[in-house]
Write a protein that binds this ligand. Structure first.
Ligand code: COA
Length: 530
């Protein structure tokens, strides 16, 4: 494999202005991520600490191996949304525990007592999906007031799936551990209830179907919390708890010991790791801050793959889609990256490439920077829909795992053909310059303008130009706001916005997660429309 030859000029005006804007984007990201670590606010954090408890992020830190990474998923879920805190009251991510890749979930007890909000519930579902699909042992650090009661109508019915999924994972030999640090009431009691292993912290864990007030109301029985659902009672009498921990650190130690006896995951075949020959810092000058300005995806590939080496497939054909093989931290991956609008040849090439990766059991990496498929009479006549359908068919039926990284625009059917969220990639990450929508705000407002004018003409109505212009502007602004990466990540359209310079490390962790479970490519596809 040959290294990619880079053609960028770091002194150019384009590079410099991209660099400055992308750096500002990263500063903003850092600021928002910092906010996401603030829990429910100073008052609640102080109270939590005064109770002698570790904060959820401290618990995670103590649980992880020394020096381990923690790839946090959807840290900005709920961002800017009504009735939501940034992070949606749950922390979840991948890290090493006793040398083993695990998924850790922690209730943010300082946010509404750790109650599960609407987005919190959707985030929990996404975290559970990552656990299940990658066969990662999960460790849940429980301290939750259960459902966010005032919005119970939004979460109660779908929320039940969480408990079902724990036991289904158990059946699939994916172990789950609950370490209970505090309250876990009603539905929340099934979190430990359904887990394979339960650790309860002495004098802290309280697990019951109904707390003392409810019991008194329902049956007249008067009972204190500790006797009703304390760690001692569950460890000695009810049997719900398998391990009685002396304190929080002891509970985390026990969880680490449990992980230690699990059977090891399969070992992926891995080549020696080589660093890219170009600086990752240059990604900031390469990625267009203005997503309307194209840039060569090979320059990105050169800065994320081992030795910057890329075996390009069909480089002269369908050139708006770059396809080829490379390694990331020694792990082979088939890369599909956009270099312009998708045309028929590019779509055909992509479909063929996905088939080749399936034949060899090679995971896929999609680098999305796509305005969509080419439109216009000539392209329709050439069968752009038919050929695009071929690529979507391949993406839909492929059985090798995929990771999608959005490094620019993600518009229209391009989002689908390049394995957007709805096509079940194992992970979706975005860069701060990313924008996502059916189409750009200007285009969408323009299309609506034409439709309204045609409808008015058909009905013989005269358009009020001033009103029409205002409506167009309002719609354009709305679409631009909704295309923002923060709007997207708040709603879990992706697993997080990342600093482009951390791309290689994050992809390596994601690829290792994928390899925790054996996988096989398919040779079976839907009917290809030739
Ligand atoms: N839904 C929404 N908000 C909740 C909540 C819930 N399930 N549980 C607590 N909160 C809110 C409280 O109203 C309070 O908000 P405020 O400070 O704005 O008044 C905040 O979270 C902190 O609650 P607080 O009771 O002061 O915290 P605590 O640490 O002393 O106690 C619990 C935590 C979990 C023991 C206690 O809040 C509780 O018993 N909650 C109800 C648990 C329950 O029965 N859930 C049913 C689930 S189906």
């Amino acid at each position: 494999m040959q290294p990619i030859k880079s053609h960028i000029d770091p002194r150019s005006e384009t590079f410099q202005s991209n660099y400055a804007e992308n750096l500002a984007g990263i500063e903003k990201l850092r600021g928002e991520l910092k906010k996401s670590t603030a829990g429910g606010g100073e008052q609640y954090v102080k109270r939590h600490i005064a109770r002698g408890k570790l904060l959820p992020r401290e618990r995670i830190e103590m649980l992880l191996d020394e020096g381990s990474y923690f790839l946090e998923i959807a840290p900005l879920a709920g961002w800017g949304m009504e009735n939501e805190f940034i992070g949606a009251g749950t922390i979840g991510g991948i890290g090493l525990v006793s040398g083993r890749m695990c998924f850790i979930i922690a209730n943010e007890a300082t946010v509404k007592g750790g109650a599960v909000s609407e987005i919190g519930q959707r985030k929990n579902a996404r975290l559970a999906e990552i656990v299940a699909i990658n066969h990662l042992p999960s460790i849940t650090l429980v301290e939750s007031a259960g459902a966010d009661l005032p919005v119970q109508h939004k979460i109660f019915v779908p929320g039940g799936a969480g408990f079902k999924e724990i036991t289904r994972r158990s059946k699939a030999r994916i172990p789950s551990i609950s370490v209970v640090f505090g309250n876990s009431t009603a539905g929340g009691a099934y979190l430990p209830g359904m887990s394979d292993y339960v650790v309860m912290i002495k004098r802290q864990a309280q697990v019951f179907l109904g707390g003392p007030p409810l019991v008194k109301m329902a049956t007249g029985e008067i009972v204190d919390e500790e006797s009703l659902g304390g760690a001692e009672m569950h460890s000695r009498i009810s049997g719900l708890s398998d391990y009685l921990a002396e304190d929080e650190l002891d509970g985390l130690r026990i969880a680490r010991e449990i992980i230690d006896h699990l059977r090891p995951p399969p070992l992926p075949s891995r080549a020696t790791v080589e660093d890219p020959i170009y600086s990752r810092d240059e990604l900031l000058g390469i990625a267009s801050a203005d997503i309307r300005v194209p840039f060569d995806v090979r320059e990105v590939i050169a800065r994320i793959v081992d030795g910057s080496k890329f075996e390009e497939f069909k480089p002269k054909y369908g050139t708006t889609l770059v396809t080829g093989w490379a390694r990331i931290h020694g792990l082979m991956v088939g890369i599909l990256g956009n270099n312009g609008v998708l045309i028929s040849e590019a779509a055909n090439k992509g479909a063929q490439f996905i088939q080749l990766c399936n034949q060899q059991d090679i995971p896929l990496l999609f680098l999305q920077n796509i305005t969509g498929f080419m439109v216009g009479r000539t392209y329709e006549e050439q069968g752009i829909i038919r050929n695009g359908a071929k690529l979507i068919n391949a993406v839909s039926n492929s059985t090798v795992p995929a990771i999608t990284l959005m490094i620019g625009g993600s518009y229209g059917a391009g989002n689908y053909a390049m394995c957007g969220r709805a096509y079940d990639p194992r992970f979706v990450f975005t860069w701060p310059n990313h924008r996502i929508a059916v189409m750009g705000g200007q285009q969408l407002a323009g299309v609506m303008d034409i439709i309204k004018r045609e409808a008015a003409a058909r009905s013989g109505i005269t358009i009020d130009e001033e009103k029409q212009a205002l409506a167009k502007k309002i719609l354009e602004t709305q679409i631009e706001k909704e295309s923002d990466p923060y709007f997207a990540t708040a709603r879990l359209w992706d697993d997080g916005i990342i600093d482009p310079r951390e791309t290689r490390t994050i992809l390596a962790i994601a690829l290792m997660a994928i390899h925790q479970r054996p996988f096989q490519g398919t040779m079976e596809w839907g009917v290809f429309r030739h």
